[in-house]
Design a protein around this ligand. Structure first.
Ligand code: HEC
Length: 150
């Protein structure tokens, strides 16, 4: 009796599926340098005028005229880890995934109000800004007594 070719077929399918998840848009292999410096990141945040639209929970930033009706708040308590990849994408590709704010406050015709920083921010600044922001997020697992809104 011939063995059924089901197993090799399944193996082939599995290989195909994992090849897809390794496509060029996969976050796999993405890693910022380990030497991001929160203090330098805060300086870059101010130099790039991020604070004209954002507050960062727990950070003292110089007062500036706000460019938003209500500043988009970064940092603070979140129900799950904010990844470096999410923050990098938010800064250099803000339309990829809009923050969870009322859309008419943060976007115009579906596009983020956040300016294009790809020509303005260096990789050094981006690494440091991410370290600065990460230092101000605190993961708090939501519970019935203590819900966290994000
Ligand atoms: C003109 C206003 C403006 C400026 C300047 C600005 N942003 Fe934003 N930013 C926004 C708005 C509006 C959003 C929400 C829409 C979105 O997700 O793109 C946002 C979203 C973000 C998010 C995602 C927030 C979340 O909770 O998902 C991050 C991170 C961020 N900005 C970082 C920065 C950094 C770093 C700078 C400076 C390099 C900067 N922004 C400059 C307006 C601005």
């Amino acid at each position: 009796m011939q063995p059924k070719p089901l197993l090799p077929l399944l193996a082939l399918l599995a290989a195909g599926v994992s090849a897809c998840s390794q496509g060029r848009h996969s976050a796999s292999g993405f890693r910022l340098p380990e030497n991001g410096d929160p203090a330098r990141g805060q300086m870059a945040f101010v130099a790039l005028e991020c604070h004209s639209c954002h507050q960062v929970k727990g950070a003292e930033l110089p007062a500036v005229e706000s460019r938003m009706k209500a500043p988009v708040v970064l940092g603070g308590q979140v129900p799950r880890t904010v990844t470096d990849g999410y923050l990098v994408s938010s800064v250099i590709n803000p339309n990829y995934k809009l923050a969870s704010y009322p859309p008419d406050e943060i976007a115009v015709e579906g596009k983020s109000r956040m300016p294009d920083y790809t020509d303005k921010i260096t990789a050094r600044q981006l690494t440091d800004v991410v370290a600065f922001l990460q230092a101000h997020y605190e993961v708090v697992r939501p519970s019935r007594e203590y819900p966290v809104y994000y």
